[in-house]
Write a protein that binds this ligand. Sequence first.
Ligand code: PMP
Ligand code: GLN
Length: 383
Amino acid sequence: MYKKTFPSKLPAAGTTIFTVMSALAIEHSAVNLGQGFPDFSMNRELAELAARAITDGYNQYAPMAGWMPLRESIAEKVEQLYGLKPDPGSEITVTPGGTCAIFCALTAILQPGDEVIVFEPAYDSYIPNILVNGAVPIKIPLEIPSFKIDWHKVEQALTEKTKAIIINSPHNPTGSVLSASDLEELSRIVTKSGIYIISDEVYEHLIYDGLEHQSILRYPELFKRSFVCFSFGKVYSCTGWKLGYCVAPVELSSEFRKIYQFNAFSAFTPTQVAIASFLKNASVYLSLAGEMQDNRDYFIKLMKSTRFELLQSSGSYFICGTYERITDESDREFAMRLTKEYGVVTIPVSAFYEDGTDNSILRFCFCKKKETLELAVNRIVGC
Ligand code: PMP
Ligand code: GLN
């Protein structure tokens, strides 16, 4: 039998929790409130534009940095929303999804031994992306239950080796949102230390209760040192399209592209062609927050009849819940039992901590049809 003789780049990594839980959902015919993807149809007009791009023959490689009309539309959108107009030629790079953009940004800047500040719970790709670059994640826990950043802890974590900080607002898995005063604190810290920012803003349009998304792109001084990553999968409820982009100043984009061109090289052409024109209609993405806030509120209302206690979520697809009144099982054990005995899949939040810290919290995904949410809650109401 063939024996592997090379050391693993990621010895501690298994299969991602999203893959594991979605497979379990199928195996147990469970309602999937785990992995973050909508179970309703995406915008029909956009789907038709993509289909038409294929039949119209847009089926060869797009330019490495992205279909130019799409980059132009992105530049206009960014300017309208955040006041800063990135240069489509040199400051916007289209990628196959936000995950790829984050990986390329980290890979562009990291040298072995560099330290990167990352807040936990953290989206699952950040720490592995740091580790494969030989760099060191410096993990700072978010405050529970608000999941806010304690900036004093960030200041204390800075060393000469600190190269970057990763922020994510609205936040996966908790739905917490950074405020203008958080950005002020960030600004103070990065100016003092000269570190780079990776800003994961894939949920920019999924922000509720009238809050304003505090994009890095609103702050020219912060943008100078930032890679800002986005995903059309979230903007248009088509996560399987895997199309995203990174906005970064010209020198940073140039290093980003050096990595990207030898990684994916370019992203799927037909969806770029479709979104290039569709993105001009701002009302579609601007209505998303209202629609998803309805879902969040409906889910919160339904969950009142259970013994779960939901925490605050002001953005993203997700809301977290504690279950002290139900059981003292670990979050993984309880998530497994909910799947097998009750037919509902959730995500144990310990999966978002490198060391598996378990605060007895489950993540529920509410970007689902109302009947899906009803079915799930009906199943767990007695537990
Ligand atoms: N960051 C966060 C916080 C996410 O939840 C996701 C969704 N998977 C991504 C990045 C990446 O999105 P994409 O599917 O476009 O790679
Ligand atoms: N972002 C999605 C989530 O948090 C999952 C993406 C993935 O499966 N990699 O559920």
